[in-house]
Design a protein around this ligand. Structure first.
Ligand code: ADP
Length: 372
């Protein structure tokens, strides 16, 4: 396979195409030419070139249209516009549209070579940046997964031994020693919880989950989630107010993970609310979607925290103020909701409260839903 960088030249003037092809011949690049925009775009799809030279003024599909389409197909492809002296202003316009550079006609072979070298260097850097970003992302996920996995077994062993130790020493420890042992146990419990949560975030196999999708009653999932959060709410004297249209259509999904996501969101609303306040859970249908809204009048979230809440291991100001939690609940919830072709968003005002909205596509037909 020829893995030399590919250059595509799109121009309606034969003489330009020929001279460019001649300059490139025998070089480290391979060149393909197209005499109009339509053919050019077809070649972009087929060949995925690294660099495209495109004439701005062509009959039929214009250079501007080519630029726009290339940007849609693959924005990392570097584009250079070829233009006559009289149209430098449109070249500037093209650069505003994402073209990397422009080459005024007539140009010398050296000018063409220089711009080609620079364009390909830009493409190389761009691809390298994308690869590095991807690698960083993979490392972040895998590193945490590997560490969590490796930590789980020894932590389980420590927990088990502590349990035996506690039994054997029962009645022989001073109050102070007992308190210290309790602290050790609780720290180990916390660590194990963290390890399990992280493994859960990275191990929910979304592909597999989708294979088992069936009609799910959103009302049943919300009820189950509230049931599980209720004891916590009672302890904080928080009332969970429910407002649900009971004729909601079902959605296509997995009731267990969907309930898990809702437990996280409703649980957070309770966790970050003040004692004696209310949390509102609403479900309604809008534009073929089921919207589940969870609002609280609690601590709220500073604007700078908002973009990071769903990233994993991120605890906002409100999170840091309470002890419990590892900043993983919303990351897992988002993965689950996105696997359901849904979205999750948040609006919040510091000191006034937060509103999380989950939107899930409603099922068109009305088969009998899963028990929830
Ligand atoms: P955790 O609650 O364990 O820290 P999450 O992933 O569930 O982790 O949430 C991430 C962060 O988002 C929290 O640390 C907190 O700062 C913020 N947050 C989430 N829900 C709310 C809420 N209802 N009110 C205020 N802050 C919230």
């Amino acid at each position: 396979m020829d893995d030399r960088p590919k250059i595509l030249i799109i121009d309606d003037e034969e003489v330009v195409l020929d001279s460019c092809a001649q300059i490139v011949e025998g070089s480290h690049y391979q060149a393909v030419t197209a005499s109009d925009g339509t053919l050019g775009l077809k070649l972009v799809q087929e060949l995925q070139p690294d660099l495209i030279f495109v004439d701005l003024k062509m009959p039929g599909v214009s250079g501007f249209e080519v630029l726009e389409k290339v940007n849609e197909i693959d924005p990392t492809i570097v584009t250079v516009v070829i233009t006559g002296y009289a149209t430098v202003s449109s070249a500037v316009e093209a650069m505003k549209k994402g073209a990397y550079d422009f080459l005024p006609k007539p140009f010398t072979p050296d000018e063409f070579r220089l711009i080609t070298r620079r364009g390909l260097e830009k493409r190389r850097l761009e691809l390298e940046t994308i690869a590095l970003r991807r690698e960083k992302e993979m490392l972040r996920e895998h590193f945490a997964a590997i560490v969590s996995h490796e930590l789980r077994a020894p932590l389980n062993a420590v927990q088990q031994n502590l349990f035996v130790f506690d039994q054997e020493l029962s009645g022989k420890l001073t109050e102070d020693q007992k308190a210290r042992l309790e602290r050790i146990k609780s720290r180990i419990d916390d660590l194990l919880k963290l390890v399990r949560s992280w493994l859960r975030v990275v191990s929910v196999d979304m592909g597999k989950l989708k294979e088992g999708f069936a009609p799910v009653s959103v009302i049943a999932s919300i009820s189950k989630a509230i049931e599980s959060v209720e004891p916590y709410a009672v302890r904080k004297d928080i009332e969970i107010v429910i407002s649900i249209n009971d004729r909601l259509r079902p959605i296509e999904g997995d009731s267990v993970t969907l309930t898990e996501a809702l437990v996280n969101i409703i649980g957070n609303a309770v966790k970050y609310s003040y004692e004696g306040s209310k949390v509102l859970v609403r479900a309604e249908e809008k534009a073929d979607h089921i919207l589940i809204t969870v609002s609280d009048t609690g601590a709220g979230i500073p604007r700078e925290d908002l973009p990071h809440l769903f990233e994993g291991f991120y605890r906002g100001k409100s999170g840091q103020a309470v002890e419990e939690g590892h900043g993983l609940g919303l990351a897992l919830s988002r993965r689950i909701i996105e696997a359901h072709n849904g979205t999750i968003s948040v609006e919040s005002e510091l000191g006034a409260g937060s509103t999380f909205v989950v939107s899930l596509p409603a099922l068109r037909a009305q088969p009998t839903p899963q028990g929830g």
